[in-house]
Design a protein around this ligand. Sequence first.
Ligand code: ATP
Length: 317
Amino acid sequence: MIEVKGLRKSFTLGKRRKTRSVEAVRGVDLSVAEGEIFGFLGPNGAGKTTTARILCTLLEPDDGEAVIAGADLRKDPGAVRTRVGYVPQGGTTTDEITAREELVLQARMYGIGKAEAVERTEKALAAFELTEFADRQCKTYSGGQRRRVDIAMGIIHEPKVLFLDEPTTGLDPQSRAHLWDEVRRLRDQGMTVFLTTHYLEEADALCDRIAIIDHGEIVALGTPSELKHGVAGDVVTVGLNGSGPRAAELFDGRDYVRKLELGDDGLRLYVDDGSTAMPQIMRVLDGGDIHFDTVEVHRPSLDDVFLTKTGRSLRDK
Ligand SMILES: Nc1ncnc2c1ncn2[C@@H]1O[C@H](COP(=O)(O)OP(=O)(O)OP(=O)(O)O)[C@@H](O)[C@H]1O
């Protein structure tokens, strides 16, 4: 549904002799399947918005190719525009206008006839649970309600692909969860969703596949579990009192242990899959008569993936 090859974009900053160039997007390749929720995860300034804006025809790339919903970005930007919806960071609603007016206006801007625009508006208001306050000015809405109006506006012309730029920034956890449900509902109806986020939990919980972007380049791509599993495996930590060296000896050379470390907190065993390694570990501990205080499995997070790929934590951003 989205095929991107070698996408590049630089911006020039400053004036006259003091200009410098920022390479916002540096050769991005990606492929998004129909009906997928695809996450573009990265820290501030990584190039997420620039990529999304290019793919929605709002910015011209310096180089590269893209085909979106069957339309070529460079040769037929008009066709791309009718097949995508874009919800920018911060939304598009106007304070003094009501949700109903916004939606009808948006539909009309896409050339949809009046009766049809009104009908689609009613459907969208119901689907996004906005009917109750559809005739109140947008400035009276909560953050979550206003975001739902933004998304309803983004899909009123029934696009094939919806681009959501940081859709849950500034929302409380409950509104965030509600919005995730809305996005899943759109996916279940067959829409392809491309969303940018810097929230690890959002990418993990919501996205079918993720591209991690840093300094304009994709550093990792896959399903959340592929990414997490690929870099680190699981870590089983056995809290021991005194018998650490003897336990380490017992586990040394076992085929399910990739690596082991003896630290202050006990023995750390790096394994492919904690749930299958655990029974074997317990048997070894039992058989060796090793007394332990705790056994814990740590599954790697997307932050571990980011850390492995970039040497930095996304949580510090
Ligand atoms: N219009 C512009 N003029 C100059 N530089 C720009 C412009 N737009 C983006 N940039 C720069 O390009 C880089 C990528 O920005 P972009 O907005 O794409 O990042 P982002 O990953 O979306 O970040 P955020 O999460 O903060 O929105 C940044 O260094 C940014 O300062």
